[in-house]
Design a protein around this ligand. Structure first.
Ligand code: NG1
Ligand code: MG
Length: 513
């Protein structure tokens, strides 16, 4: 389902009827402020939304499929390019970056020399995300147009409504919208969604996170009224997946925990460490179970993945993918037997190499800290989660449920059970939940949610709940009574605490003149 990022002419094409008024006010504010800030009107606005992941958590960077959907909160970037063309020889051009929320995100100006964008990932600075998208887009443009390519100067004003550090992928929305804005500003027509996604995935790694590709795919490819199955193996592809029209309708309720996990800070002991553990597990299993073979090089952040080991192990096998995964779960239990985790020395000896080699292969691109690497638990999470995604998809695509008759409650509960199992696995095996998220899930289930779990990286952030339409109000009330009212939250936080979003469109461009 590739093709160009759509150009829209009206906000109706981007948002739901219910949110139009509010979004109209917001877009007008953006365009008016643009005019007053830069003394001219914007040429276009690029938009990319956040996402919620329904199932398939922490397996994208192991190159297993996941099932996210685009949501209403998004990043919108207004741009003009006409003024301040490139300097005399075209080697330097100027960027002005402002944010509607200029208290929290102060305006910056910088020069880009010879198309090189410097990013200091050690600084937690909001414009880094724009620069990441800029760098990726410029690389692509240079590749396409050759050495003569001269980027345009840009004036930029952005606004983001995806809560930062909240698991709804504010970063990917920002990077994807930025890369798109740079492509359009430089005259690209019909920006290909797959090219843009690949640029955004690689770009985001420049900000210091070893991320997989789920968020950028969801932000760019999503379509109204459907979830998105994102496959990473053997290469990136995505397709819409429709939920059965059950009665009462199934709704996704997204609830913030207000525990903020900042990957730039906690990456070395959380996110980036998990990426390393999964890649080490792949190398370990490969060395033990397919000795004498190399792990195939692939698009994972560290160049090898559990999915790569999977295909190496089952080369030419006739078994179904469900049988393969079931076997991998058993093999992981017997091969990676140490519950307490492995030291670097143990990993090196199993792989048949030195500690230095392991460090340079797995621990040199991003800082990680760890004494023992829990390869067994991480691999078991990945394989069982991959199986749950398949089971979830099988349920969704079982046409007998695409009617309003039949035992919908039992069917819905099956979907919910899979989400609940994901939460258990994230808590026990992947250790990426936190007590607050566990509590929110319990509150929701007691109030009528079929399935409740963390969404996104975890260690705080957001949770997602599968709720029948007639229980949405009681679930929301339970969150307020039993969780939010016990915390000291600002008006603004409370407003953003719960999002009830339908699946929304991905990236789009609104041309203004
Ligand atoms: P968040 O933290 O929600 O943006 C991260 C990764 C995803 C994926 C999920 C876990 C980034 C940009 N995104 O999402 O690729 O691995 O965690 O499933 O790092
Ligand atoms: Mg993110």
């Amino acid at each position: 389902m590739s093709g160009p990022v759509p150009e829209v002419t009206a906000l109706q094409e981007v948002y739901t009827q219910q949110s139009l008024l509010e979004q109209g006010v917001r877009w007008n504010k953006l365009l008016e402020k643009f005019q007053s800030l830069y003394g001219r009107s914007a040429d276009f606005v690029a938009r990319s939304p956040g996402r919620v992941n329904i199932i398939g958590e922490h397996i994208d960077y192991s190159l297993y499929s996941c099932l996210p959907m685009g949501i209403t909160p998004d990043v919108i970037i207004a741009v003009s390019t006409e003024l301040d063309g490139p300097s005399g020889d075209g080697s330097t051009y100027k960027l002005k970056l402002a944010n509607l929320d200029d208290q929290r995100f102060p305006t910056r100006e910088f020069d880009v020399k010879h198309g090189e964008v410097e990013i200091d990932a050690t600084q937690h600075e909001w414009t880094n995300y724009f620069k990441a998208g800029l760098r990726g887009a410029l690389q692509l443009l240079k590749k396409k147009h050759g050495a003569d390519f001269k980027p345009k100067s840009m004036q930029v004003l952005m606004d983001g409504t995806v809560p930062a550090g909240g698991g709804l992928s504010s970063s990917a929305a920002f990077v994807s919208a930025s890369a798109l804005a740079v492509m359009i500003a430089n005259g690209e027509k019909d920006v290909d969604k797959k090219d843009l996604t690949e640029v955004a995935i690689v770009s985001e790694r420049a900000v210091g996170v070893n991320s997989g590709g789920m968020d950028q795919s969801a932000s760019i490819f999503s379509e109204k009224d459907s979830a998105l199955l994102v496959n990473f193996w053997p290469s990136l592809s995505a397709r819409p997946v429709f939920f059965p029209k059950t009665s009462p309708e199934l709704i996704f309720v997204i609830a913030q925990s207000f525990v903020t996990s900042n990957k730039q800070v906690t990456g070395p002991i959380h996110y980036n460490l998990r990426v390393v553990e999964c890649s080490m597990a792949a190398a370990f299993l490969n060395a033990k179970l397919v000795p004498g073979t190399e792990l195939p090089k692939d698009a994972g952040p560290l160049g090898v993945s559990l999915r790569g080991f999977h295909s190496n192990y089952f080369k030419d096998s006739k078994k179904s993918s469900a049988e393969q995964i079931a076997e991998l779960i058993q093999l992981t239990k017997s091969t990676l037997s140490k519950e307490e985790g492995y030291t670097l020395e143990e990993v090196a000896s199993a792989v048949g190499t030195t500690v230095d080699d392991i460090k340079s292969r797995f621990m040199s691109s991003f800082p990680v800290r760890g004494e023992r690497f829990k390869l067994r638990q991480r691999a078991l999470h990945v394989f069982t989660e991959a199986a749950r995604v398949t089971d979830f998809m099988t349920l969704l695509e079982d046409k007998s449920h695409h009617t309003t008759s039949g035992d919908t409650a039992a069917y819905n509960q099956k979907l919910g059970d899979l989400m609940n199992e994901t939460q258990d696995s994230c808590r026990e095996l992947y250790e990426c939940s936190c007590p607050e998220i566990d509590e929110i899930c319990k509150i929701a289930r007691e109030a009528g949610s079929y399935g409740s779990r963390l969404t996104g990286a975890g260690w705080g952030g957001c949770s997602v709940h599968l709720v029948p339409a007639d229980k949405v109000e009681s679930v929301k009330k339970a969150f307020h009574d039993k969780y939010y009212s016990k915390r000291n939250l600002s008006e603004r936080d409370l407003e953003a605490a719960i999002v009830v979003s339908r699946p929304m469109n991905g990236s789009a461009v609104l041309q203004l003149n």
